[in-house]
Design a binder for this molecule. Structure first.
Ligand code: FES
Length: 78
């Protein structure tokens, strides 16, 4: 599912990058361009990082409280 609408980046792409060794939010932002346009996807990107095993000190969020399922943005047809 698409996490970053602006750059058309899916959770699968983010997980793939993490599996290849990307282990910080800044690196993901540099490699994939996530959260570099409108920025609305930043929290979702960090959640995917956390769920993929990137520790809190690397994803930038110290205390995650999972209160609701991930929110993904859907692209609307024109
Ligand atoms: S949705 Fe990711 S930068 Fe806009």
């Amino acid at each position: 599912m698409i996490v970053c609408v602006c750059k058309s980046v899916s959770d699968r792409t983010i997980r793939s990058s993490i599996a290849e060794g990307v282990d910080s939010f800044d690196e993901l932002q540099f490699e994939l361009g996530v959260a570099s346009c409108c920025g609305k996807c930043e929290e979702s990107v960090r959640d995917v990082m956390l769920q993929s095993g990137v520790c809190a000190s690397r994803c930038g969020v110290e205390h995650h409280v999972q209160t609701a399922p991930l929110t993904f943005y859907e692209r609307k047809a024109a």
